[in-house]
Ligand binder design. Structure first.
Ligand SMILES: O=c1ccn([C@@H]2O[C@H](COP(=O)(O)O)[C@@H](O)[C@H]2O)c(=O)[nH]1
Length: 236
């Protein structure tokens, strides 16, 4: 299914400032697919903070990137699904088949209100040299494809990948697998620590399901204008 551009964008609200997070959530939540809260916000404010920022009407992508033994990850998924009812929840695919399966099975216990389980492949801040430095002697693309297949085989609903791998994953995993894509930078924007990037329109044209965009929106003087420019580029 092809989403309207606004529904395909999740804004990464990475801050410890709860007032700023609430303000961004109220400005961006209604005009985009929803908001993503991750480790920075969660570590500072915990589940109650998440509930304060993501109202019931704002779709929530909870990006906690669980990576532990299967039993512990399953418990984390259950706790998050019960207390925070996120639409999407992340684990690391490199936790292996049993861990991915445990997360998928735990999510399935929540029936139609279960969160999508998305497996992080290779962080978008890493390139081939970074992978070699941690003992992975494959290109980022080869490693992403390996982990995407593993995630799909073990029940994940989709993966987190960079925009550079979207087309190759679509070929292998098919049209229904969710490809949720950070590493998005409008033309001319600062890449910061992101190494495998493309523009929003390139990523959507390649077949992304959702885009995750943080600093190009939240770091702008006028976040509402920044998101409207991005959505305009997608509509065009
Ligand atoms: O491989 C990954 C996995 C997750 N992220 C998260 O996405 C956003 C991107 O924020 P920007 O400010 O647009 O760079 C951030 O919350 C990361 O934790 C990722 O970038 N790459």
């Amino acid at each position: 299914m092809r989403l309207a551009p606004r529904n395909a964008v999740f804004t990464a609200v990475d801050t410890t400032d709860i007032r700023a997070a609430r303000s961004l959530g109220s400005i961006l939540g209604p005009v985009t697919g929803g908001i993503k809260l991750g480790k920075e916000f969660f570590t500072a404010h915990g589940p109650q903070g998440v509930l304060n920022v993501a109202g019931a009407e704002t779709p929530l992508f909870l990006d906690l990137k669980f990576h532990d033994i299967p039993n512990t990850v399953a418990g984390g998924v259950r706790a998050a699904a019960k207390i925070l009812t996120p639409n999407m929840l992340t684990i690391h695919a490199s936790g292996g088949p049993a861990m991915i399966r445990a997360a998928a099975d735990a999510s399935a216990e929540f029936g139609s209100s279960r969160p999508l389980i998305l497996a992080v492949t290779v962080l978008t801040s890493m390139d081939d040299d970074d992978l070699a430095s941690v003992g992975v002697n494959s290109t980022a693309e080869t490693q992403v494809l390996r982990l995407a297949e593993l995630a799909q085989k073990n029940g994940a609903d989709g993966v987190i990948c960079s925009p550079r791998e979207i087309a190759a994953i679509r070929n292998i995993c098919g049209p229904d697998f969710n490809l949720v894509v950070p590493g998005i930078r409008p033309a001319g924007a600062d890449h910061g620590d992101q190494k495998r990037v493309k523009t929003p329109s390139e990523a959507m044209a390649d077949g992304a399901s959702y885009l995750v965009i943080g600093r190009p929106i939240t770091g702008a003087d006028d976040p509402a204008h920044a998101i409207s420019t991005i959505l305009g580029s997608l509509a065009a």
